[in-house]
Design a protein around this ligand. Structure first.
Ligand code: ATP
Length: 233
């Protein structure tokens, strides 16, 4: 079954076509790589999938039905590239606030906070202000905030930027575990080596258009050739 179907999506900024007729489908439980160079249209695409932007044209089908951002947002976890934490809030309060925004009750949220903070070894940060944490530390907090409500679809935009190898591995292991348990994951990046290591399927975009769509194995065989084409484009 497909969790997400994008049908002929389009989005432009003034006259610039940031996403220009992109379609693809994402099966349940897959780790799906959205790959493309800077400016390819990845973030614009993700913002439509998360309901931040309405498409100018095209359709999004989520879990078999027409996507309704107001309802479906509780089933989506989105970790944007630019971190969205409130710097002056304490870490524990921040994660509680975001969990409640996603529909968790206070007790349930607290149980989950205790679980994740222990698992990620950050329990001692609860009373620190977000601004006291390094970029990588904030990233761990943001990741926990994004997965706490157990989304059906988890969208990660460059989740490893600024993370050291140990913490990258921690998050990578969690991504694999979630996919094994049926969560569908979109992993957006411009780094092929990360996609190769983590994803089972890739869509390659460039200048708002889909260039390739296939399994990692298929795309790896022709990747250099396609990069060369993108460079000439
Ligand atoms: P990156 O990997 O650098 O984050 P991206 O693939 O996420 O890039 P987008 O941020 O979606 O790409 O941008 C796609 C295109 O749309 C780019 O040419 C960008 O300059 C343009 N663009 C993005 N946001 C805006 C905006 N708010 N107004 C005008 N143009 C924009």
């Amino acid at each position: 079954m497909n969790v997400l179907e994008l049908q002929h999506l389009k989005k432009h900024y003034a006259t610039h076509k940031a996403v220009d007729d992109i379609s693809f489908t994402i099966p349940k439980g897959s780790i799906f790589g959205l790959l493309g160079p800077n400016g390819a249209g990845k973030t614009t695409l993700l913002r439509m999938i998360t309901g931040i932007f309405y498409p100018d044209d095209g359709e999004i089908i989520f879990d078999g039905k027409k996507f309704d951002p107001h309802k479906d947002i509780h089933h989506i976890g989105y970790m944007p590239e630019e971190r969205g934490l409130y710097k002056k809030m304490k870490v524990g309060e921040q994660v509680m606030y975001l969990a409640q925004l996603k529909g968790l009750g206070k007790q349930d949220a607290q149980t989950k906070i205790d679980h994740w903070f222990a698992k990620f070894e950050i329990a001692s940060w609860v009373n620190k202000k977000v601004e006291e944490l390094s970029k990588g530390m904030q990233q761990k907090v943001q990741f926990i905030s994004t997965i706490m409500h157990q989304p059906k679809l988890l969208i990660l935009d460059e989740p490893f930027s600024g993370l050291d190898p140990i913490n990258s591995q921690l998050i990578q292991d969690e991504i694999f575990e979630m996919a094994r348990n049926g969560t569908t994951i979109i992993f957006s990046t411009h780094r092929m080596e990360q996609v190769e290591e983590i994803c089972d399927h890739i869509v390659l975009v460039n200048k708002g258009r889909k260039v390739l769509d296939g399994s990692v194995k298929e795309i790896k065989q022709n990747f250099k050739q396609h990069l060369f084409r993108i460079a000439l484009d």
